[in-house]
Design a protein around this ligand. Structure first.
Ligand code: CP3
Length: 356
């Protein structure tokens, strides 16, 4: 039988919902921290296929998720385009910010990513090792989210520089503005990056639009939906059998337009999206993925159990993939992840399907 994740995405009957967790590989796992120390730095780990493959598989061995997600980062794309990217411990990513025409000219995309070969090699190794009933998810950041880091130079609270660049580009004469050209470059680069992952064995790809929610209307359509629609359209021509999951975090009501206009196969919902609304409005359009609050996984116990059962109850009547509303927190006790996995695995869809 085809893997549960692919059946759920296609809307075929499933015995229970598949699950995986964003940031399921990472610092909350002691075995991750050990390999990260061996590698010396986060970026070394990302470019070390043997260790990156091992880190990708660690959560699957421990908890049996239905999907592995490639261990890498959305910021390997700006790195491969020629921007300097460092990860400072406790501080997050640091980039040499680009905020004008001259900054854009320092970047170059030649149409393929030689320097990302170790990442694609990691995909190959993971796919060769993973059980046939588990799928491998490849990923990239959306152009807008990647651009926020490229223009701000770090994680941001106000997004002042990148927003002003985007708003200026919207009214630029003839539509010509360095920020629009940066987004165009990221669209092309992302298509190539995702295709190379599919070529190497990724069976699903996810586009992380972590910061789409900071865009006002109608900028959301211009900088989140439009570039994503171009990527999905081109990617699907090349890889029609590889489903695309979009994660427009913070999009709220606009998630419906996002799904309709980008034609993603599934939409990730953050924890603020009401499950009843997702079931009524989003599930008829695409599979829904989400949306337990990551802090409930840190807390564990009754609160986590009740919230999980509520989400399962609300969304198992349609196409659904259980996940968190954002990534696993560093403070998460691994035992809580094991308990969550047991709850989802113990869920039986049969009564719901019989009742319909
Ligand atoms: O397990 C997985 O989900 C796969 C690997 C993965 C990482 N980053 C590893 C990582 C994935 C899919 C990402 C995506 C990513 N990276 C996003 C989108 C998802 C999200 O969380 O919103 C973003 C915005 C980034 C950029 C990024 N990478 C930031 C802001 C940081 C610093 C914050 C932090 O948690 O340290 C990173 C570092 C990072 N990426 C780590 C990991 C495991 C921690 C690095 C370490 O070991 O110190």
């Amino acid at each position: 039988m085809r893997p549960l994740m692919l059946r759920a995405l296609a809307g075929e009957p499933v015995e229970r919902p598949p699950f995986w967790l964003m940031r399921q590989a990472g610092r909350y796992l002691p075995e991750y921290r050990a390999l990260r120390t061996e590698a010396g730095s986060f970026l070394n780990l990302c470019f070390d296929p043997a260790r990156a493959a091992e880190v990708t598989l660690q959560p699957i061995r421990r908890f049996g998720m239905d999907a592995a997600i490639l261990f890498s980062d959305i910021l390997v794309v700006p790195l491969a385009l020629g921007q300097s990217v460092r990860f400072e411990s406790g501080e997050g990513p640091v980039l040499d910010a680009i905020d004008d025409e001259a900054g854009l000219r320092r970047l170059e995309f030649v149409g393929s990513f030689e320097s990302l070969r170790p990442v694609y090699e990691t995909v190959r190794r993971v796919r060769a090792t993973l059980e046939p009933d588990k799928v491998l998810i490849g990923f990239a950041g959306s152009p807008w989210t990647v651009a926020t880091y490229m223009v701000e130079g770090s994680t941001s609270k106000q997004f002042s520089r990148v927003k002003r660049a985007a708003f200026a580009a919207e009214t630029a004469r003839g539509g010509d503005h360095w920020f629009a050209r940066l987004i165009d470059m990221l669209v092309e680069a992302t298509i190539v990056h995702l295709s190379a992952q599919a070529e190497a064995g990724a069976q699903i790809v996810q586009l992380f639009d972590t910061w789409s929610g900071v865009l006002p209307d109608p900028s959301f359509a211009r900088w989140s939906i439009e570039p994503t629609a171009r990527i999905v359209g081109e990617f699907k021509k090349l890889w029609p059998g590889v489903p695309v999951i979009g994660f427009p975090r913070g999009a709220g009501l606009r998630a419906a337009d996002y799904v309709r206009e980008t034609a993603v196969d599934a939409v990730g919902c953050d924890s603020a999206v009401p499950c009843s609304w997702a079931a009524r409005v989003l599930q008829p359009l695409a599979a829904v993925q989400g949306n337990l609050d990551p802090q409930l996984l840190v807390l564990g116990g009754v609160a986590m159990r009740e919230a999980t059962l509520r989400i399962l109850g609300a969304l198992c009547g349609g196409k659904f993939i259980f996940n968190l509303g954002h990534g696993v927190e560093q403070e998460t006790p691994p035992e809580h992840v094991a308990e969550l996995a047991a709850i989802v695995r113990g869920w039986n869809n049969a009564p719901i399907q019989a009742a319909r």
